[in-house]
Design a protein around this ligand. Structure first.
Ligand SMILES: Nc1ncnc2c1ncn2[C@@H]1O[C@H](COP(=O)(O)OP(=O)(O)OP(=O)(O)O)[C@@H](O)[C@H]1O
Ligand SMILES: [Mg+2]
Length: 248
């Protein structure tokens, strides 16, 4: 079996007259963590929604764990855990009941559900809030519940839209360690605005600008290949490189 678990080839998507993605090519191998960077509105979340089949592509193909997302939607969805941008759905449910329902939808039997829930509750320190209503949790805890549901069925592919958004510094650390540990067996695609996270976590990153990839490579190569003229001003080298790729 191929060890490239995420492939996006020539993927385009428009909303009316707005072209949100224009011919995106991207692949992630097992063991790799790839970051999608880009300014607000660049197309990061759209790429991820297309990857998990929440939106249909206009053109192009997407494969998850070898399954074509359009032709073999069920198998593709089974192989992926997805953390959407923003809040989890079903906010009126209690955390424990929510995780149990998701595990059931994922086809886990009663015993496997118990084991899986215990695992993610431990990993994300959710024990204290298990009886609380999701909508009433703080933002960071809601984010952690979202991460927990993405991990329940131990998928081969993880697609995480701004996973560290809203997390406190300790939880960011926990998240990074967890993602790194998980990545040994999986392909992980994540988006982030935190460029220090890219340096700490990602093997490679692509920079999206107005729906197109304008740069890609290791965090170091993104810095090395940025326009030297632009490498000045405030911020780390990667922040400056990011500016140079996404201005204009
Ligand atoms: N359902 C939709 N209908 C119409 N336009 C949309 C829809 N979803 C996204 N867009 C537009 O597509 C473009 C890309 O949006 P997207 O959410 O992918 O950006 P993003 O890179 O995730 O930005 P952010 O950093 O703010 O999360 C934006 O111009 C956005 O307004
Ligand atoms: Mg987004």
């Amino acid at each position: 079996m191929s060890d490239v678990l995420i492939t996006m080839h020539g993927v385009s998507k428009s909303f009316g007259s707005l072209c949100a993605l224009d011919g995106l090519d991207l692949s992630v191998s097992r063991g790799e963590i790839v970051g999608i960077l880009g300014a607000n509105g660049a197309g990061k979340s759209t790429a991820m929604r297309l990857a998990v089949g929440y939106l249909a592509v206009d053109r192009g193909t997407i494969r998850l764990a070898g399954y074509d997302v359009a032709r073999n939607a069920l198998a593709a969805r089974r192989s992926v855990g997805y953390l959407p941008e923003g809040m989890p759905l079903w906010g009126e449910m209690r955390v424990g009941a929510f995780l149990s329902s998701v595990a059931e939808l994922r086809g886990l039997n009663r015993v496997a559900r118990g084991i899986a829930i215990e695992r993610v509750v431990q990993a994300l320190s959710l024990g204290e809030v298990i009886e609380r209503t999701i909508d009433r949790l703080s933002k960071g805890y809601r984010r952690r519940v979202g991460l927990a549901q993405a991990l329940l069925h131990d998928p081969e592919v993880l697609i995480l839209d701004e996973p560290s958004d809203g997390l406190d510094p300790n939880q960011k650390h926990v998240l990074r360690k967890m993602v790194r540990d998980l990545s040994k067996r999986k392909s992980i695609l994540l988006s982030t605005h935190a460029l220090d996270e890219v340096e700490a976590l990602c093997d490679r990153a692509v920079v999206l600008h107005r729906g197109r990839i304008v740069a890609g490579g290791t965090p170091r190569s993104l810095v090395e290949n940025a326009s030297k003229k632009a490498l000045k001003g405030e911020g780390t080298a990667l922040e400056q490189a990011f500016r140079s790729y996404t201005m204009g």
